[in-house]
Structure formats: structure tokens, C-alpha cells
Design a protein around this ligand. Structure first.
Ligand code: NZQ
Ligand code: ZN
Length: 385
């Protein structure tokens, strides 16, 4: 295991009725920006719970943050914060709203052009406003990490920044608020969280026994409760475990001291920017082919994954690796997520374009060993046709 320092400052309130905790978490004098998406929170009662808990606090609302939150939309929220002298940001929604809030929090007092935060991947953003989040979609882990991914439709870009300064001070996770999710979003959440574990686990052995077992446990939980939740959306036992699994997949714990490989995400972000495919679906397209192309580097871990997560113990090394990759693809398909570019009407020509775009961003050595070059990216996407 490599040396590490680990600090996750987000306080979590988990369970039924926890939105009421807003009353004790936010200062009575706070001037709050309530940031939300297209309106799901008005339909499922979450908005009413939030407003009741906020009591007499000054609340300014900004609705309309879209899935894959857009820079131009968020800049309007930034202007609103400046005008209204907002001092707390309260995102209520899914990962897009939470990510959007991190950008807004960082941009309000940023002196230059806020796009620099993304373009230069700034991590020191000490003037960020504090964030308290209410999560309604288990998927991204944004409720307990310092990452945000922002799209800019005007230029077809999708870029990330990570900063300790934008971790939510607290996050509220009430599994019942997720009952209203459509099946497509539940599946996206399961698939995204699964990929988050894979990107921190399926690299090479690093003598990190706890991280490995924890990662395998999160994957097994997703495999078990994911389909259950799709079949029985109001099964609290399954749903609450799904919510917690998604948080544990990307709150930092499983990734400490181990090599990581975020290339599936980096390639996936380009597919969303170019073709407007849901985030989790881009991962399902890339991941099986990437594992196949990287089977040499990842071989030992693929065997461990196959044995411990899928019970694959028969056959020679290559056959077991093939089986582990096939089970991964089948898992995505089983929750209703297609795994081929052609399933989304995207031509294989995109392979060269994605490789070119990543190269232009300097992402020419992706993967845990820096072995994934633009040529490899193209090979992976050709295989995903
Ligand atoms: O906008 P509203 O009306 O709220 O509807 C949303 C949206 O249409 C809906 N929804 C959310 N909660 C609901 C609900 N509908 C009914 N009931 C509820 N309880 O779901 C739709 C999708 O929401 P979105 O927030 O876009 O989904 P998700 O949480 O999957 O977030 C995806 C975004 O997160 C980024 C992705 O790139 C993408 O932009 N990611 C963020 C990460 C991070 N911060 O660490 C890591 C991830 O890898 C990912 O890249
Ligand atoms: Zn993701």
C-alpha cells in the first residue's frame, strides 16, 4: 500500500426524515441559495420538506440545473448569488445539481473567468462558499467528495475539477426521497457507482487488503440490491443499501493508498460531450472493451475480481478473464444499460475523434500505468462499436 493522508470533512445524515436536520445544520442567519434541477423535487415532496426545515431563513431559489450541468446555466446562478449576497449553497437533487453547486460555490468569489477553474483543474479554491447538500439520486458520490463535472454545451466540452474546498460541509441522504426515480435513473446510478469501484480497484495488486475487500463488498452489494430496487422501488432495505453503496463507492475510502485508473470516465465524458449519452451509459460502453484491451496490465486483478465478485474459479487464466469481462457486460445489460456504441446510434468514427480530443487535453497517458495512449483509446472504442 502506498502512503496516504485521508480527510473527508463531509458530515452525513442518513435515513428517513433526515431532511429536518437542515434546521440544525444551517445558521439561522444564513442567506441560502436553493439550487435544483428541472423540478423533480417539487413533485416528490422533497421541496416541501426542505422549505419546512429552513423555517424563516432567507432563501433564494434557482431551478433549471440540467443533467450534465451546463456552465452557462450555472453562471446565471453565480450572478444571482453575487446579487443576493448568498453565503450558503443548498443543492437539492442528483449529482448534476450537487456538482453544479460546487462550481457555483467556487465561482462566486473567483476573481478571473470561472471557466479557468475547469480548464486549469484548479484545486485550491479557498474562497468557496459553504455547501450543504440534499441528495435525491444515488450514483455519483458527489454528496461526499470534492469532485464536480461541468459541461459547456456551447463548446461541446465536459471537464472536471477536484478540490478539498468544495466538499459539502454536510449532506443529507434520505433513501425515501429516491423512490420517485424512474427506472432509467436508478439503473444509471447502479452502473455509475459500479464503475467508480472498478476504476479504483481493477488495476494491479497493491497489498491493500481492506480496500480490496471493501471494494468487492460494495460491488457485491450493488449486484444484489440493484436489481431488487429496480423490481421493488419502495423496498427500503434494498434502497437504503443502494444509497449507501453509491456513497461508499466514491467518498474516498476504497481509493486510499491504491493505484487508480479513471480512463473509463475520461473517455466517457467525451462521449457525453459529443453525443449527449447519459454518463453511466458511456461507462457501460467503454468499460468492457477497456478491460479487454488492458487485460495484460489488469490480469491479476481481473482474476481476483472474477473469483471474489462473480465466483469464477474454473478454466485457465485467459478463460477466467474473459468470463469476468463477460459478466461485467452482462451485469450492465441486465439492469437495462446497453453496452455498445451502435445501441446509441453512434458510429465507430467517434473513436478517432475521442482520441483526438483527449490528446488535445494532454490526456495521452491514461490508466494506472500511463499505458493508455490516444491510439489505445481509439482501439478501445473500435472494440465497443
Ligand atoms: O432535474 P430533476 O428534475 O431533478 O430530475 C433529475 C434528472 O432529470 C432526475 N432526478 C434526480 N433525483 C430524482 C429525479 N427524478 C425523480 N426522483 C428523484 N428523486 O434524474 C435526472 C438525472 O439527474 P442527474 O443529477 O443528472 O444524475 P446523476 O446523479 O447520475 O448525475 C450525473 C452527473 O454527475 C457527474 C456526471 O458526469 C453527470 O454530469 N458525475 C459526478 C461525479 C462526482 N461529483 O464525483 C462523479 C461521476 O463519475 C460523474 O462523472
Ligand atoms: Zn461516474
Amino acid at each position: 500500500m502506498e502512503n496516504f493522508s485521508f480527510h473527508n470533512p463531509t458530515r452525513l445524515h442518513f435515513g428517513r426524515g433526515q431532511i429536518a436536520k437542515l434546521a440544525q445544520e444551517l445558521p439561522a442567519t444564513a442567506r441560502v441559495l436553493l439550487l435544483a434541477g428541472g423540478g423533480s423535487i417539487r413533485q416528490n415532496g422533497v421541496y416541501d420538506q426542505v422549505m419546512a426545515a429552513l423555517g424563516k431563513r432567507t432563501v433564494v431559489e434557482f431551478f433549471g440545473v440540467e443533467a450534465n450541468p451546463d456552465f452557462d446555466t450555472l453562471m446565471r446562478a453565480v450572478e444571482l448569488c453575487r446579487r443576493e449576497k448568498i453565503d450558503w449553497i443548498l443543492p437539492v437533487g442528483g449529482g448534476s445539481v450537487l456538482d453544479g453547486s460546487k462550481f457555483v460555490a467556487a465561482a462566486v468569489r473567483y476573481a478571473g473567468d470561472p471557466w479557468q477553474i475547469l480548464e486549469q483543474r484548479l484545486s485550491a479554491l479557498p474562497h468557496s462558499l459553504p455547501i450543504g447538500a440534499v441528495l435525491t439520486l444515488p450514483a455519483t458520490g458527489s454528496e461526499a467528495n470534492g469532485a464536480a463535472v461541468i459541461s459547456r454545451r456551447a463548446t461541446k466540452e465536459k471537464l472536471a475539477f477536484i478540490s478539498p474546498d468544495v466538499y459539502p460541509k454536510f449532506s443529507i441522504l434520505d433513501p425515501e426521497t429516491t423512490y420517485s426515480l424512474p427506472a432509467r435513473q436508478i439503473a444509471n446510478g447502479i452502473g455509475d457507482a459500479f464503475a467508480h469501484v472498478v476504476e479504483q480497484y481493477l488495476t494491479y495488486p497493491a497489498d491493500a487488503a481492506v480496500q480490496d475487500r471493501f471494494a468487492e463488498g460494495v460491488m457485491q452489494t450493488l449486484i444484489e440490491v440493484g436489481p431488487k430496487t429496480l423490481a421493488q422501488p419502495t423496498d427500503y432495505a434494498a434502497r437504503s443499501n443502494l444509497v449507501w453503496a453509491a456513497t461508499c463507492a466514491l467518498n474516498g475510502w476504497i481509493g486510499v493508498g491504491v493505484p487508480q485508473d479513471w480512463s473509463t470516465h475520461m473517455i466517457g465524458h467525451e462521449l457525453t460531450a459529443l453525443h449527449d449519452i447519459d454518463h453511466a451509459r458511456t461507462l457501460a460502453i467503454v468499460l468492457p472493451s477497456l478491460l479487454h484491451v488492458q487485460r495484460g496490465t489488469k490480469g491479476d486483478k481481473l482474476l481476483q475480481y472474477g473469483a471474489r465478485v462473480w465466483g469464477i474459479t474454473e478454466g485457465n487464466r485467459e478463460a477466467r478473464i474473459d468470463a469476468a469481462i463477460a459478466r461485467t457486460r452482462a451485469f450492465y445489460e441486465s439492469i437495462g444499460i446497453k453496452t455498445r456504441l451502435s445501441d446509441y446510434g453512434v458510429s465507430v468514427d467517434t473513436a478517432a475523434e475521442v482520441a483526438r480530443r483527449l490528446a488535445a487535453r494532454g490526456m495521452v497517458k491514461l490508466g494506472e500505468r500511463g499505458e493508455i495512449t490516444p491510439a489505445t483509446v481509439e482501439q478501445i472504442l473500435r472494440l465497443a462499436a
